[in-house]
Design a protein around this ligand. Structure first.
Ligand code: GLN
Length: 537
């Protein structure tokens, strides 16, 4: 059993300051010192998990190996650190209340009045302490902003934990904003002062402030913030805007944040190794050549909706020393477009995951364009489904081919709900979630990319390819290159006579990391470069 130390990370002034990336960066620094870590995210909203929320509301739903549908910050945690996220890493107020209410119904509270304090706060505390002893340091990020009504029980819980733990076993880090007011030509510290005041009113004195600003904070501003927030000068850390988020751990380290945290937690570093990370950041800074990849999606207006996907393409780009320029295309608009005009500058087309009928016909048009014009094409989950439907509709001429998600009554159901497929009424969950095995067919493009037969990838979908149509695919030039061995489900498809046309039923983007880019994305970006070269000739 390890002696676990805790770092609680709160946010102030406003949301979207990058608290998740800050937590992930601190995790990254601690790992570079040789410590084992994990990171928890506590979200004060009442949904039990973000699985039911629209991507426009919440951004991407990140999926873990064990099938948890979680906040996208967990994606940052996995990309920046070696920590493996699971069901235990993301807690919402909904999940906490759900547990409390179930206990109340079971009579666990022995006739007591069940209250926010202590019952809800105790439930939050046990969620936080669930991994106690398993890691050297556990970071706990509290979603929302100090001052929100709904985050109060969470802040109270971390206040109590800090009090119960020994000195030097926990610290509080607060992320705030220091805005630059152009008309005054000045950085303003007042919002930060107020935010810390709000925290202190509920009994939490932060140990370190991370100050987001457009520029690095000058010393006089740091001194002023330190004085008014009851901190030492070195505890006020500058967190300026950066071009690539992966640079943040290095900037924090340079600012002395790492050694300051160790001092406060009374830890001695076992090593200090950020060499590979530095190499990666240097590569990022020296990318010159560019490829353009069109993303034909239904949630493109919100940057966060496809967070892991954009990161995975970025990783794949860096591995090829290429800048990936994203061309975001709203699939709904494609019906009125001349696609050769829309994709004039594209070097590859990708259709990501999604739910519901809106935008499907536009996606089908995009697949057809990529298939006929030999443009590299990558279909992920929904993208793989529309690629199969397009092929059966347009190449095999089964005109009403569809998924029951979009047309329940079609006579040619290419995608069915798993329970209809295997004739089981109840499946527990109605989605296939988390890690599943896939066996790749030797001699296929997919096999040559993964260079192994057995792979594990993460899923989040309801519908599966109908085996009745397998021979239609295979007799006409589509290869089923990956299958789930347990139920013989189609997991990957590829087109024989095409430079790069792959569809996968899973989401490879969740497993791509900067230092370990996902092979499908590396290969896809490379194919975009080759397409660009061919186009020039
Ligand atoms: N809507 C499709 C399904 O549920 C695809 C889901 C996805 O793209 N993640 O099967």
């Amino acid at each position: 059993m390890l002696k676990t130390k805790y770092i609680f990370i709160t946010g102030g002034v406003l949301s979207a300051l990058g608290k998740g990336v800050a937590a992930a960066s601190i995790g990254n620094i601690l790992e570079s010192y040789g410590f084992t870590i994990s990171i928890l995210k506590l979200d004060p909203y009442l949904n039990v998990d973000p699985g039911t929320m629209s991507p426009f509301q919440h951004g991407e739903v990140f999926v873990t190996d064990d099938g948890a549908e979680t906040d996208l910050d967990l994606g940052h945690y996995e990309r920046f650190t070696a920590a493996k996220m699971s069901q235990q890493n993301n807690w919402t107020a909904g999940k906490i209340y759900n547990n409390v209410i179930q206990k109340e119904r079971r009579g666990d509270y022995l006739g007591k009045t069940v209250q926010v304090i202590p019952h809800v706060t105790d439930e939050i505390k046990s969620a936080i302490m669930i991994m106690h002893g398993k890691y050297d340091v556990i970071l706990v990020e509290i979603g929302g902003t100090v001052g929100d009504i709904e985050s109060l029980p969470f802040l109270e819980a971390i206040r109590q934990i800090g009090l119960e733990l020994k000195d030097n076993d926990s610290i509080y880090i607060h992320l705030t904003l220091v805005p630059f007011i152009k008309t005054a030509g000045e950085l303003k510290t007042k919002p930060t002062q107020h935010s810390v005041k709000g925290l202190r009113e509920i009994g939490i004195q932060p140990h370190i402030l991370l100050c987001r600003a457009e520029i690095s904070l000058p010393d006089d501003i740091k001194k002023k913030i330190a004085l008014f927030t009851n901190l030492k000068f070195e505890d006020v850390v500058s967190a300026p805007d950066v071009k690539a988020i992966y640079e943040i751990p290095l900037i924090f380290k340079k600012e002395g944040l790492g050694s300051n945290i160790l001092k406060k937690l009374n830890l001695q570093k076992k090593k200090d190794d950020s060499e590979d990370w530095e190499k990666f950041v240097n590569r990022v800074k020296n990318l010159k050549e560019e490829v353009v990849i069109s993303i034909v999606g239904k949630y493109i207006q919100l940057n966060d909706s496809y967070k892991s996907l954009y990161e995975a393409l970025f990783h794949g780009g860096v591995e090829n020393n290429l800048k990936v320029k994203l061309d975001l295309v709203e699939s709904e608009d494609l019906l009125k477009c001349d696609l050769s005009e829309t994709f004039k500058h594209s070097n590859a087309i990708l259709i990501p995951g999604g739910f519901g009928i809106r935008g499907i016909e536009g996606m089908i048009k995009a697949v057809e364009y990529a298939r006929i014009n030999r443009v590299p094409f990558f279909g992920i989950c929904l993208g793989m489904q529309v690629a199969s439907i397009e092929f059966i509709r347009n190449f095999i001429a089964i005109k009403d081919a569809d998924s029951v998600e979009f047309n329940k009554y079609t006579s040619n159901k290419i995608f069915l709900k798993l329970k209809e497929l295997i004739n089981i009424e109840e499946l527990g969950h109605n989605m296939r979630l988390g890690k599943f095995e896939c066996i790749l067919k030797k001699g296929t493009l997919c096999y040559s990319i993964y260079k192994t037969e057995k792979i594990f990838e993460r899923h989040r979908h309801r519908f599966e390819f109908n085996p009745k149509f397998e021979s239609d695919l295979e007799d006409n030039g589509m290869i089923i290159s990956g299958r789930n061995p347990e139920r013989n489900l189609v997991e990957m498809i590829e087109l024989k006579d095409h430079p790069w046309f792959i569809g996968c039923q899973f989401h490879p983007e969740f497993k791509s990391k900067p230092l370990n880019p996902h092979p499908l994305f590396v290969s896809f970006v490379r194919s975009a470069k080759e397409f660009k070269k061919r186009k020039k000739l």
